[in-house]
Design a protein around this ligand. Structure first.
Ligand SMILES: O=c1ccn([C@@H]2O[C@H](COP(=O)(O)O)[C@@H](O)[C@H]2O)c(=O)[nH]1
Ligand SMILES: [Mn+2]
Length: 798
């Protein structure tokens, strides 16, 4: 092959790969078994090639690539090696063509494998996971409450520097029950009304600090030392604050260390020791005269509230400044390097901060997180002022505003959501991030959800993180292999966790129960499939909907769900604004009517029978408060794009998912084409393929024609009144059509409700399978719902 051909092939492959990157491969893989099979073949070819490649260049490393995930995990090594090989090839080709002159001094040949970057050694394992440490939380005055439906309340008992006194706020919350679901920010008014003092807006000479090594940190672990620190802090006009946190051997996590610096001292507070005494810091933290400088305070703000009842008024977040200034790095390490020529040893970031006595290196790392921050702040203010003149906009003011939004963040307990799997560690996230290749089909999903539920309750009971109980990859492996015997489970992986071993019998029982429940459901569905009486159900629902087109939507179907909605309101409405969209319920009939009239479509989602809470009518609303910096607004955008979800209670746990945004007329006309997707499809749909709200207009316009076509099809269907089993012809007729969301099902009621309605009114046949098949095949238009990012190790503090 000549060189140009070779080059062309490379270019094509590269272009093709970048195209592939834009597609939602895991999604397609999960809904199309043929595609999934092809992908598997390609994956194993890629793996073989990589193994072959490494066997040529570095035999010892070929063994590192056992399965396809190894390539992903070691992608840097692979791409570096490929780059070097390409360079080498290029070099050889040039040489062969005589394009290279012989260098006077022969350079050493390129190494076949990229030299590993000069890296610091890994921290010793015991510093990352101090496995045998007694759990500090056992010594906390109040033991952690890990209840699924915990109603969390402010920890603060006094409110220094108040514009609105605490009593007044308490009275407000008491008198307005709706506030119990989403407490106001206790310092909301104070933060909103605050302005940086004028001197902050003046160019300054950065106050030089001694190096961190020259400054002895003050260890604060007694009330006396705390008082001394407080006195000193009250004299400062600005202080720097940072926290270190632990969440691996605890369900909710806790702060282990608080670092504070002023221009003179660095303090490191043992928050494990002084956990209950720290509220006195509010006198400084909420003092509007004292600036609090933090870097990337998103989580610190939440942790301070949750653990100590501390709030920050007058925040300057240096991360926001890096964003406004458009720096190429936004982390603290970048700023330390830029302004202080100090290389932070970020290996300690993920250290086990529970360790006591704190090793010297860890102490010094912790100290360095605040030691230089006021000096950096001085520089950033100057840079912001200077650039404001150049760009003719008040950049410091933007940092002030976005810092304010961060200070306004509220801690709220994230509920467990068995039904929709929302939330950071919710099954939806886990499934889409880790499981879409292995958890395929209803059965696997049912078992996966049951295990996920078990993992969550066990983590709460044991006060461990879910990833300590059963990390996601193990959860997926177990669910995919569904061991039915304890021994099978114990031999499923070399990396079983201690708690998986301890609870092996229980886990196997969970799998068996899920399997039985699944089998039962299948039997029920089969009997429904042959139930002649039930067959004409859907048409009656359709005609109901058609009637209601002329009047207000019929909300009576919601009435029976009121009771459960109240329970769920408690359970879910407090869905944390940290990690996920808030879930609220239409509480009044008017509310419901209004919500109902904005329905675009509904898709049935059958939930695994192991679901703990029967779900009723749920409307999910994006309700993130106070969008702030980029990350916040991104989170908000992500949650906004989540579809609204409406569920109906049933033994079969059939619920209804809906999307808001298209007017009633369109919605109701689309309801005419109602067929019922199968469990399989609806899980795929709702798990992975709900369209974003803002797609609806696009869908609508492209769907007009399709609606016409479908209307014709439907008319044909009605006249011929096809029997339940006759689906194939319709499936193939629609198989190549793109799936049109704006034209889909509106009222998909639970099975028994359907039967009831049918018995009363129905004449026409309903085939529960054919829409399902069409949906499965016609997925091109669908988009994955965006799910907010996770916390803990997976969240990247800036
Ligand atoms: O990627 C990350 C980074 C940090 N954390 C946790 O946050 C705290 C505080 O981090 P700072 O960089 O000191 O602000 C750290 O102790 C970790 O617990 C994380 O989970 N993931
Ligand atoms: Mn830190």
């Amino acid at each position: 092959m000549d060189e140009s051909k070779l080059f062309k092939s490379f270019m094509n492959t590269t272009a093709f790969c970048s195209e592939l990157e834009k597609l939602d491969i895991p999604f397609y893989r999960s809904i199309d078994s043929e595609f999934s099979e092809n992908l598997k073949n390609v994956s194993s070819r890629v793996l073989k090639n990589i193994q072959l490649l490494f066997s040529k260049v570095d035999r010892s490393r070929a063994a590192d690539f056992v399965d396809i995930e190894d390539i992903e995990n070691r992608w840097l090594e692979v791409s570096d090696t490929l780059d070097i090989l390409f360079e080498k090839t290029d070099h050889c080709l040039d040489k062969a063509k005589g394009l290279l002159k012989r260098p006077r001094i022969e350079s050493s040949p390129l190494p076949a494998v990229a030299p590993k970057k000069q890296k610091r050694e890994k921290l010793p394992y015991r510093m990352i996971h101090a496995a045998h440490l007694p759990k500090p939380q056992l010594r906390f005055q109040s033991s952690p409450n890990n209840d699924r439906n915990l109603t969390w309340f402010w920890k603060l008992t006094e409110k220094p520097n108040a514009l609105v006194p605490l009593d007044k706020l308490l009275a407000q919350v008491e008198s307005d029950p709706s506030l119990a679901n989403s407490l106001p920010h206790p310092y909301g008014t104070e933060i909103k009304n605050n302005r940086y003092p004028p001197w902050v807006y003046e160019v300054t000479n950065p106050t030089v600090m001694g190096s961190v090594d020259e400054t002895r940190p003050i260890w604060v672990d007694t009330e006396e030392a705390l008082k001394d620190m407080l006195k000193e802090l009250q004299k400062s006009d600005a202080i720097a604050v940072d926290l270190e946190h632990h969440d691996y051997r605890s369900f909710r996590g806790y702060v282990c260390l608080m670092q504070i610096s002023n221009r003179k001292y660095d303090w490191v507070v043992d928050t494990l020791q002084l956990r209950e005494e720290l509220q006195c810091l509010n006198t400084v933290f909420t003092d509007p005269k004292i600036i609090k400088v933090l870097h990337g305070a998103n989580m610190d703000i939440i942790w301070l509230q949750r653990d100590f009842g501390l709030y920050i008024v007058n925040l300057f977040d240096t991360y926001c400044a890096t964003k406004v200034l458009g720096f190429e790095g936004n982390g603290l390490a970048f700023l330390l390097q830029k302004y202080c020529d100090y290389e932070a040893d970020k290996r300690y970031q993920m250290a086990d901060w529970r360790i006591r006595p704190l090793p010297k290196d860890m102490l010094s790392y912790a100290q360095s997180d605040t030691h230089y921050l006021l000096y950096i702040w001085d520089h950033l203010r100057n840079d912001l002022l200077e650039n404001s003149v150049k760009r003719k906009e008040n950049l410091l003011q933007s940092v002030e505003n976005s810092s304010k939004q961060i200070a306004l963040r509220k801690y709220e307990v994230e509920p467990y959501d068995p039904v929709y799997g929302l939330g950071t560690d919710g099954w939806r996230n886990v499934l889409s991030k880790f499981g879409s290749a292995k958890i395929i089909g209803r059965e696997a999903i049912t078992i996966f959800k049951a295990l996920h539920d078990w993992r969550d309750s066990t983590a709460r009971k044991e006060d461990e993180s879910v990833r300590y109980v059963m990390p996601n990859h193990l959860l997926i492996t177990i669910a995919a292999n569904k061991p039915m015997e304890t021994l099978d489970l114990l031999s499923i992986s070399k990396q079983l966790t201690p708690l998986v071993r301890v609870y092996a019998d229980e886990i196997v029982q969970v799998i068996r129960d899920a399997q039985n429940a699944y089998n039962k459901q299948i039997d029920q569905e089969k009997s429904f499939g042959t139930d002649k009486e039930a067959a004409p159900l859907m048409t009656s629902i359709v005609s109901n909907v058609e009637d209601s087109d002329k009047t207000a939507p019929d909300v009576s179907i919601f009435e029976s769900t009121k009771k459960n909605a109240t329970i769920l309101n408690k359970l879910m409405a407090k869905s944390s604004d940290l990690f996920t969209a808030k879930v609220t319920f239409p509480s009044t009939v008017d509310d419901r009517k209004e919500k109902l009239s904005s329905v675009t479509e509904k898709i049935s989602l059958n939930v695994a029978p192991s679901v703990e809470h029967p779900i009723t009518t749920v409307t999910e609303e994006s309700n993130l408060e106070n969008p702030t910096d980029e990350s916040l607004s991104q989170a908000q955008a992500a949650t906004k794009e989540e579809p609204s979800i409406e569920g109906r209670d049933s033994d079969e746990n059939s619920i209804v998912v809906r999307q808001l945004g298209i007017n009633k007329k369109k919605r109701l006309s689309s309801a005419m084409n109602t067929d019922m997707p199968s469990l399989d499809d609806t899980i795929n749909l709702t798990d992975q393929a709900l369209p974003a709200n803002n797609d609806s207009e696009e869908n609508m316009s492209s769907s007009k024609k399709k609606r016409q076509r479908k209307k014709k099809k439907k008319e044909a269907k009605i006249t011929t009144s096809l029997p339940v089993a006759n689906t194939e012809a319709q499936e193939s007729a629609t198989a190549n059509e793109a799936f049109d969301y704006s034209n889909q099902d509106n009222f998909l009621l639970k099975m028994d409700e359907r039967k009831r309605v049918m018995r009363n009114q129905s004449e026409k046949s309903f085939n529960p399978m054919n829409r399902a098949t069409q949906v499965r095949r016609n997925v091109k238009e669908l988009k994955k719902p965006k799910i907010s990012e996770g916390k803990s190790t997976s969240f990247k503090k800036t």
